[in-house]
Design a binder for this molecule. Structure first.
Ligand SMILES: NC(=O)c1ccc[n+]([C@@H]2O[C@H](COP(=O)([O-])OP(=O)(O)OC[C@H]3O[C@@H](n4cnc5c(N)ncnc54)[C@H](O)[C@@H]3O)[C@@H](O)[C@H]2O)c1
Length: 1613
């Protein structure tokens, strides 16, 4: 690692760069330039204090690129400096790149190495690299021998403009980034911009976020350069490579672009240096540099490391600018410019930006909820107490204050929210506002903005355009006009005014094609404009994006061509791109015929350019009815305003003399009339007054008539001048319906009218009929349909017509008093109009997708709240209740799941099973490849070899992961897919789940020895070697891992028959989990418990004890630390890598065994000794590895101790939830009483920062600690931010009774409790019943005859075993009417339903589960309470009883798999429906039905046919025998049907639903043929278990229930 150098020959001359210096802290320490290497050493040797040793620390990326150069230059520079003296030492130390190197451990390693190298105090340390190297190496320098000199050579853009300047040095710790460090100023900072050419593109963008941010707070001029020269700046980065890598060494060789790059970076660095100089220790002004960082950091805390710092800051900048806009400090134009500028450097600008979505993945992104961000922001260093502080912009280049400003939480949260809760506006506020004059200026009209721009550009002189709408059209048009030198422009008043200096129609050929994106108006207007170029050679291409290239341009091009312009279509006839050739004739003019039935914009395009034609223009519109005449009139009127007169000589003929526009000094763009309807309607609906000063009676926009033609007749006072409109609404509730109104001239305003009509109930006849708006069925959405749907949510009735809508008004007081959630269909007009109704509706409303207003009026919510005074707060509409829980993630359900793993492990079988269950397509990548190549894999390998095969594989994989197959499929890859690095990269980059199936290699070897279809592994490589090699490759490529081991459940490695069914079931569970389609989480809305397993081997609980001891629980905890107590590991050295790996495999097997034995979610806990567990506290790496594995294995919960490595696990947790726990075994620190709870609050804060669920466990010292704990819980727990808090110890038991969620419990079957004072589920329930927290409920059996039913015995036994105070009784009745009062009773807990009511009961219920719906019968009623509402849900557990019993039987007797078997159902009554649904659930594909009356069987077959591949009837059971059914279900009472022996061939299972007598003829016959049998009573018990679980939301005490039934059964039958 060391290199010293002696010169042997004359040194080469030094190549000294010309540099610029930037002062910082009073010294010229920052040096910028290109190709600085020689300069750096010379400067160090000559100008800095000499050192005996120079230590250059860098990372491996830079080592490869630059270190040799530095070594060579070091020697050369020394030879020039002191040829006669031996050179000092140059030592090189290299680190792995990336944030993980910025740790205490790496710092220690560097220091140890430096000590070993005998570095003394006269050592100089140089940091060559990005911010990571700079921060870390700076900290080493700061503390080595109490501080040694230090030089920064930043190589990333971020390091140049930010991290290298200011002397902040730091390392990360598990508790957070940059928490340990020092201020240590570098002696020099050398910025060599030539090295940026090797910086990855994404890192360049990452740094640009800081550059744009700095300009935004500091310098309007720099900001303008950044926004207008993005492309040049990007290309400049590469120019360091020009001229063999010397371009820019001297000023003379610097390219223009390099000069620009240097300027931009130096400017940014200068700001940082200035701020640092004035506030070195970050006491005041330095806070300004945090613009965008407050929100940015919060986003980063969730999305790092997938999303980079700069990317998060970019989004933060835009959101913080929106906060400033919301508070009235910053204009919308500035917000837009800022966003555009960031986007130009490849940065994201919104949370839903595709860049973020791609990098973070949907699951992670779903975690970025406003509440969560607020929570993270709550712990920002910059806050003062709880007051948040943001840097607010006043304009681009200037902040509101020279420090961060206090901002209310509500404003920040609303800005980050995707929804908005609006209203109602209080009546007092209305009366106050009614006396005030509210003035609102809606954004400029788009059509007028576009025309004004074109006119001013062609005109002569300067024109200040105000209220211009900034849209893509205006943006693109400005850029194009400028590219043709057609005009120049600048912004004034922070972008409120655009000053255009017209070019008088003089245009030149642009250097490049004119790219117009999807800006339709711009493309039409410019198509004619380009012809005004009077060059006699060259051509101009006008093009756009893919959508634009579809849009028609034909009629306009035809007219211009006929007129003599030379235009050709470059691609498709009739559309852009166009090539316009310049002939020197310009735009000829004269008589032009134009087909104007497609777009009025063609007409306007010719009209606007006509005065500059070579001859006066006579424009004749032909080809049918002219469309949108008002827009043509608007163009003509505006031309007049700019001094050119158009004469309409006939209906469709216009004459335009030659001339030139003369620009008015100021032009105020009229507001968009459709937008203006909203503030005016606000006044109307709330009874206030509002003035729009930018639209009046002279307006040419159709919607400008709204005030006079709609609001006035509805009872408003309307005053209008030529340019202003003022509306005062009648007293609230005083609007009158309009009988019928034709809104054809103002169709876009119909939504506003419909909202007013909804409350226009002043007069008795209160229906408003709006007509003439047929086009609104096909706008952004079907707006008429949308209004009908959304108004209904407020309680307003409507009718949808082909050309209109009827609105039946409702009194305001009678509108829905709840808060409806309005869906906006991504349509700005739906959002804005309905937000007005929310202003008066008693409960207001939540408007979803609030950002859709951005299309025309991004500031609408600001205006509504700030100017109109409506109460608005952010609403998190993106989160479903389940998602509200922090950390909950929903991966896109439809992202395909990719399976990898050794050949023979079961990818196909398991993949197909999961695909069937989840309704996905199963795709075998090898099949795909064979089809694609047209050869079998052995053929490809034999003919072209393995490398060719792998190439095909990569291509097919890449196609599958990015194309259509990336959604809705399960994709099984070949075993060797991970052998190629490209494939591994593809898999790692894929955002859907990649699951690796981990084999028991013995089974795989055995299986493969029979597989002759696939090419063998190379002769030299044993399959075990292959696996050994691939193991780490699989591990790095997958997100989840699933262990496939058939011997797990058997003893001594023997396979357990039927194990495969469980493997399949639990694999499907993992697929559900990994896609987020079923996360199997505990419901936090109700109390829950988990049982903690204390035995060192899960097997000790199997088969029977596990179900018994989990009864009453909602989750089960695997205490991994206790697994260490097995003899195998009791004395093991966990620091030994091999032992560690063996323990991990052991835990994996235990975990999988637990999965196979319980459906409950698992809590994976590795409790350390200081926290009351068994795991050695120093085995950190192994513990971390286990916790990461828990996430990979799909454990629903992972318990991580706070203060530890929690943050690491938390950020890597995927769909698992982290329980961040802290235990105080003494009870001295965690105290709960308010006032004494400072430590508890701190721990709670820390737990919440690194966990989804906080768990704080103290120890009770006296009984009062329990009430204090309960009060603490009540202060800090909510279902969205759950808190487990309790006291250990005997005195603390009551705190367990009161714990709100996930209370740890023990069971009498467990030999020891896992913690002192732990009690059982039964004890907790009994205590809760005693203290009134678990009121007794009554459950029933409805039916007749039912006196013999064992159900009461079964359920009452269960309630008793669980300690629940409930009772179950018979309710015998022959009609369901008698049941209504029972169902309505407050203490009704649920019911079983039997014959004859299974169908008759349905009308009394509120809804059915999908199963009950499909079966068409209900056997279970469950009351579901949400808030104050109770719904009666009808379910069916009969089928679950059949499913459970058949699975168990198959497991025990190894009957053939369900998917490969035929089943026979005997009977076609109600029960057979449940039987068919059960068979469908099990995956059976072929079913026969036999019934005495065949017609009924056929009816049933017809109805259920869609569920099966084959469903047919048989007339005789002999016929069924031919299909050899392996499963037979009897559903008719035991009878004397003849059962031919041939029916029971092979191995099979017979199940009879009849349970009297125990042995039915079907079961007897089956048993004679050695089939497995399932008695009806077993099904009865199994369905009862499901019933009880649905009622109690916990595991049923199955054994107690079974025993109760059997004892009654034995007595009665
Ligand atoms: N001290 C401060 O004031 C301050 C300010 C901001 C950020 N930071 C810190 O800076 C770090 C981030 O810095 P970063 O963005 O530079 O990340 P980084 O140091 O990880 O560099 C990014 C990547 O680019 C590579 N790289 C750097 N320069 C290169 C070049 N010229 N050619 C090829 N590859 C190159 C690196 O090897 C690395 O892989 C964070 O740790 C952050 O906390 C510190």
């Amino acid at each position: 690692m060391s290199a010293s150098s002696d010169a042997q020959t004359a040194p080469r001359p030094l190549r000294l760069a010309e540099v610029e210096a930037i002062p910082v802290l009073g010294q010229d320490s920052i040096v910028c330039g290109f190709h600085l290497v020689d300069y750096i050493w010379k400067d160090i040797f000559e100008n800095l204090k000499a050192a005996s040793t120079y230590v250059l620390i860098t990372d491996t990326n830079l080592l490869a690129l630059y270190v040799e150069k530095y070594k060579e230059a070091f020697a050369t520079a020394w030879q020039h400096h002191r040829p006669s003296v031996t050179a000092p030492r140059l030592l090189i130390y290299t680190l792995q790149p990336g944030e993980t190197s910025k740790s205490r451990a790496t710092k220690g390693a560097i220091e140890d190495w430096m000590l070993e190298q005998k570095c003394t105090r006269d050592t100089m340390v140089l940091a060559l690299g990005g911010g990571v190297i700079g921060d870390l190496v700076g900290f080493v320098a700061a503390t080595f021998m109490r501080g040694v000199p230090f030089v920064q050579i930043p190589t990333s853009l971020l390091a140049m403009v930010d991290s290298s300047i200011g002397g902040k040095t730091a390392v990360d710790t598990p508790a957070g980034k940059n928490l340990i460090g020092a201020f240590w100023q570098p002696q020099r900072i050398f910025m060599d911009m030539a090295v940026l050419s090797t910086l990855p593109e994404r890192e360049f963008s990452n740094g640009m976020a800081e550059v744009v941010k700095t300009a935004a707070i500091w310098s309007p001029e720099e900001f303008e350069v950044l926004e207008s020269r993005a492309d040049d700046i990007r290309t400049a980065v590469l120019e360091g490579q020009k001229d063999g890598g010397s371009a820019g060494l001297t000023k003379a060789t610097r390219t223009v672009a390099q000069g620009l790059l240097l300027r931009v970076i130096a400017a940014s660095a200068r700001v940082k240096a200035h701020v640092v100089t004035h506030d070195e220790r970050e006491l005041g002004m330095r806070g300004l540099l945090n613009f965008g960082h407050t929100i940015g950091h919060a986003i980063e805390a969730i999305l790092s490391p997938q999303v980079l710092h700069g990317e998060c800051v970019a989004v933060g900048c835009v959101l913080e600018a929106e906060v400033a806009r919301r508070m009235g400090h910053l204009g919308e134009v500035s917000v837009k410019r800022l966003a555009r500028c960031l986007a130009a450097y490849g940065l994201p600008t919104a949370m839903d930006d595709p860049i973020i979505r791609r990098r973070a993945g949907d699951a992670k992104l779903a975690e970025v909820r406003p509440a969560r961000l607020m929570q993270v922001m709550g712990v920002d260093k910059k806050n003062i107490g709880t007051q948040k502080r943001l840097v607010l912009l006043k304009r681009l280049g200037q902040t509101l204050e020279m420090k961060p400003t206090n901002v209310d939480d509500a404003i920040i949260e609303a800005t980050m929210s995707d929804g908005m809760r609006v209203g109602p506006v209080a009546a007092e506020a209305v009366s106050a506002a009614a006396t005030l004059e509210t003035v609102v200026v809606p954004p400029g009209s788009k059509s007028i903005s576009n025309r004004a721009l074109q006119l001013a550009a062609l005109g002569q002189g300067e024109c200040r355009i105000k209220n211009l709408l900034h849209s893509d059209d205006t943006q693109v048009m400005l850029a194009a006009l400028q590219a043709m030198d057609g005009c120049s422009f600048r912004w004034e008043d922070d972008g409120d005014t655009l000053v255009v200096v017209g070019g008088g129609g003089q245009l030149r050929v642009a250097d490049q094609e004119l790219y117009l994106g999807n800006a339709g108006t711009a493309s039409r207007f410019l198509t004619t404009t380009v012809n005004l170029i009077d060059a006699s050679e060259g051509s101009t291409v006008v093009t756009g994006n893919a959508r634009m290239r579809q849009r028609p341009a034909g009629p306009l091009v035809d007219a211009l061509r006929t007129n003599g312009c030379v235009i050709e279509y470059c691609e498709r006839e009739g559309s852009l791109p166009l090539r316009i050739t310049h002939t020197g004739r310009g735009f000829p003019g004269g008589h032009i015929q134009l087909a104007a039935s497609v777009s009025s914009q063609y007409v306007s395009s010719i009209l606007l350019c006509a005065p500059y034609a070579q001859e006066a223009v006579r424009l004749e519109l032909v080809g049918g009815k002219v469309i949108s005449q008002p827009y043509i009139d608007m163009t003509i009127a505006m031309m007049e305003q700019f001094g050119c007169h158009v004469e309409r000589v006939a209906e469709n003929e216009y004459v335009i003399p030659r001339g030139a526009y003369s620009n008015p000094a100021e032009y105020v763009v009229e507001s968009d009339a459709s937008s203006a309807t909203y503030p005016l309607a606000f006044a109307a609906i709330t009874g206030t007054q509002c003035t729009v000063p930018s639209i009046g009676s002279s307006s040419l926009q159709g919607d400008a008539r709204f005030a006079v033609e709609v609001l006035r007749p509805m009872g408003c006072t309307v005053e209008q001048t030529a340019t202003t409109t003022t509306v005062r609404g009648p007293a609230r509730g005083g609007l009158q319906a309009l009988d019928e109104i034709d809104m054809e001239p103002m169709t876009d305003a119909f939504l506003t009218a419909a909202v007013l009509a909804a409350v226009a109930a002043a007069a008795p006849n209160c229906t408003t009929r709006i007509r003439g708006i047929a086009n609104q069925h096909v706008k952004e959405c079907d707006r008429i349909e949308a209004m009908c749907t959304e108004l209904a949510k407020f309680g307003v009735a409507t009718e949808n017509h082909a050309d209109g809508i009827d609105v039946h008004a409702q009194q305001i007081s009678k509108l829905n008093s709840e808060t409806p959630t309005v869906h906006c269909y991504d349509d700005h007009r739906v959002a804005m109009s309905l937000s007005l109704l929310a202003c008066v509706a008693p409960g207001g409303a939540v408007i979803e997708e609030r950002r859709c207003v951005g299309k025309t009026w991004p500031q609408w919510w600001d205006v509504l709240a700030r100017d109109l005074g409506a109460p608005t707060i952010g609403a998190d509409t993106g989160a479903t209740p389940a998602e509200v829980a922090p950390g909950s993630t929903t991966q896109a359900h439809d992202m395909s799941v990719v399976l990898i793993g050794m050949r023979g492990v079961g990818k196909t079988t398991l993949g197909q099973a999961a695909a069937r269950e989840l309704g996905l397509e199963f795709v075998d990548l090898d099949d795909l490849l064979e089809r694609d190549v047209g050869q079998t894999i052995p053929e490809i390998i034999n003919r072209s070899g393995w490398p060719t095969f792998r190439e095909h594989e990569t291509r097919v994989l890449a196609g599958a992961l990015s194309g259509e197959l990336s959604r809705g499929a399960i994709i099984a890859c070949g075993g060797g897919v991970v052998e190629s690095e490209t494939n591994r990269t593809l898999l790692k980059a894929y955002t859907g789940p990649v699951i690796c199936l981990t084999p028991n290699m013995e089974h795989v070897a055995e299986y493969l020895s029979h597989d002759k279809l696939r090419p063998a592994y190379a002769i030299t490589s044993d399959i075990h070697d292959v696996y050994g090699r691939r193991l780490p490759l699989y591990a790095e490529s997958c997100d989840y891992e699933y262990l496939v081991d058939k011997s797990l459940l058997g003893h001594d490695g023997a396979e357990q028959p039927g194990a495969w069914a469980l493997i399949e079931r639990d694999f499907i569970r993992l697929v559900h989990f990994s896609t987020g389609s079923n996360l199997n989480r505990v419901d936090m809305q109700r109390p829950s418990k988990f049982v903690s397993l204390t035995s060192p081997n899960v097997r000790d609980y199997l088969p029977a004890r596990l179900p018994a001891l989990t009864a009453g629980a909602q989750a089960v905890e695997l205490r991994v630390d206790l697994l260490l107590e097995t003899p195998e590991f009791a004395a093991a050295d966990l620091a030994d890598n091999k032992t560690g790996t063996e323990f991990v495999s052991h835990v994996h097997r235990q975990f999988t065994l637990l999965r196979h034995s319980s459906r409950l979610p698992v809590i994976f806990t590795v409790r350390t000794q200081p926290q009351g567990g068994r795991f050695p506290v120093d085995a950190v790496e192994l513990r971390l590895r286990l916790l990461h594995n828990a996430v990979q294995w799909g454990s629903e919960y992972v318990d991580v101790e706070v203060d530890d490595h929690a943050a690491q696990i938390y950020s890597a947790r995927r769909n698992s939830l982290v329980i961040a726990s802290f235990h105080d075994p003494i009870g001295a620190r965690l105290r709960w009483n308010a006032g004494e709870d400072e430590f508890a609050l701190e721990m709670l804060g820390r737990a919440r920062a690194c966990g989804d669920i906080a768990k704080l466990i103290s120890t009770a010292r006296n009984w009062e600690d329990n009430s204090a704990c309960h009060a603490f819980v009540q202060r800090h727990h909510s279902p969205a931010t759950p808190l487990i808090a309790l006291n250990m110890g005997y005195i603390g038991q009551m705190s367990r009774v009161l714990c709100p969620c996930l209370t740890p419990i023990t069971h009498s079957l467990l030999s020891v409790a896992s913690a002192p004072g732990q009690i059982s589920a039964k004890q907790i329930n009994e205590a809760r019943a005693l203290i009134g927290l678990l009121p007794a409920q009554r459950f029933y059996l409805f039916g007749t005859p039912i006196q013999q039913s064992p159900s009461p015995a079964m359920h009452n036994a269960a309630f008793a075993a669980l300690g629940m105070p409930h009772s179950y009784e018979l309710k015998e009745t022959s009609t369901v009417d008698a049941l209504e009062p029972v169902l309505a009773a407050e203490n009704f807990g649920g019911a079983s339903v039997t014959i004859p009511h299974k169908q008759a009961i349905i009308p009394l219920l509120d809804c059915l589960t999908p199963a009950a719906e499909r079966i068409g019968a209900v056997n279970t009623i469950i009351p579901v309470v949400e808030g104050v509402q109770r719904q009666l849900v009808g379910d069916n557990t009969d089928y679950l009883g059949i499913v459970g019993c058949l699975r168990q039987a198959q497991f025990e007797c190894s009957a053939p798999s369900f998917t490969a078997s035929t089943a026979l159902v005997i009977g076609a009554g109600g029960t057979s429906r449940a039987a068919l649904y059960a068979l469908h659930t099990l995956g059976v594909r072929c079913v026969l039905i036999f019934n005495r009356t065949e017609a009924r069987a056929q009816e049933l077959a017809d109805e259920f046919a869609p569920l099966f591949e084959k469903l047919s009837t048989v007339t005789q059971l002999e016929d069924a025998a031919a299909s050899a059914p392996a499963y037979i279900i009897g559903t008719i009472p035991a009878s004397d049907i003849y059962l031919p022996e041939a029916l029971f061939s092979g191995v099979g299972v017979a199940l009879d639903m009849a349970y009297k007598p125990r042995w039915t003829p079907l079961l007897e016959a089956a048993s004679r043929r050695k089939w497995a049998v399932v008695h009806g009573v077993a099904v009865l018990i199994e369905q009862g278990i499901h019933q009880l679980e649905k009622w109690t939301h916990s595991v049923a005490p199955a054994k107690y229930m079974g025993d109760a039934v059997h004892s009654k059964y034995n007595m009665d039958f």
